[in-house]
Design a protein around this ligand. Structure first.
Ligand code: 13P
Length: 254
């Protein structure tokens, strides 16, 4: 059985002291919940402060991005090995990076390779735009994103995929549980085509997009959905803890 995974993507929110406060508020509540892997992904500048606070706890740490080069004259960028000491996970190919920072499939592919090289576990984000969804192109877009992101990548056991329909991110308009489950099943089917059925069955595929404490169970109770990548609701300790708790309860009931 795949272990549920709930990650909070804090995006460009929280100062260092706010990040420290937030994770302190979460620590005890999250540690009391068994059977779920939990991670928080604060901004780069807060990673070290958050790492110190979660030391010895069950909370894991992720970054929101990286650059694929190892070091050198890349002003403003953060390399894989700068993160691998501090983090276990790294979000790659988030739609906000594709949309606002021009990240292409090729860049996403290089970033995944660079992360895996240093032992970071990538959380690869895929998802379609509203107009693509409405034009019935969701599957085509997702196949293309998976193919380009995973091109030439052999070892994917450490990879997690997050299906985040762009029209559901930060809009309060989440997909339905059935919709998300269907697309995630399609993603798994394509992972099996790219690799094999065993790898596809082991791979965790999350849903992301307006997940909160009130709608989490709708997603987490779906058979193909292995957890959630939570944005806005991960900035409130009680909401995030409640989502993780629901994941644990649903798993225990299975
Ligand atoms: P929201 O939960 O705020 O919609 O964000 C989802 C997301 O983009 C997580 O990576």
């Amino acid at each position: 059985m795949r272990i549920p995974f709930i990650a909070g993507n804090w995006k460009m929110n929280t100062t260092v002291s706010e990040a420290a406060e937030l994770v302190k508020e979460m620590r005890q509540g999250l540690d009391a919940i068994a059977g779920v892997e939990k991670a928080v992904c604060p901004p780069f500048i807060s990673l070290e402060a958050v790492r110190r606070i979660i030391e010895g706890s069950s909370i894991k740490l992720g970054a929101q991005n990286l650059y694929f080069e190892e070091k050198g004259a890349y002003t403003g960028e953060i390399s894989p090995s700068m993160l691998s000491d501090t983090c276990e996970f790294v979000i790659i190919g988030h739609s906000e990076r594709r949309q606002y920072f021009g990240e292409t499939g090729k860049v996403v592919n290089k970033k995944i390779q660079a992360a895996l090289r240093v032992g970071l576990k990538p959380i690869l984000c895929v998802g379609e735009k509203l107009e693509e969804n409405e034009a019935g192109r969701t599957e085509k877009v997702i196949v293309e994103q998976l193919r380009s992101s995973l091109f030439g990548i052999g070892a994917v056991d450490d990879l997690i995929i997050a299906y985040e329909p762009i029209w559901a991110i930060g809009t309060g308009r989440a997909a339905t549980g059935e919709q998300a489950n269907e697309t995630i099943s399609f993603i798994r089917h394509n992972v099996a085509k790219l690799y094999d059925e065993d790898i596809a069955q082991r791979m965790r595929v999350l849903y992301g997009g307006s997940v909160n404490a009130a709608n989490a169970a709708e997603f987490l109770s779906q058979p193909e959905i292995d957890g959630a990548l939570v944005g806005g609701a991960s900035l409130k300790a009680s909401e995030f803890i409640s989502i993780v708790k629901q994941a644990s309860e649903i798993r225990q009931a299975r």
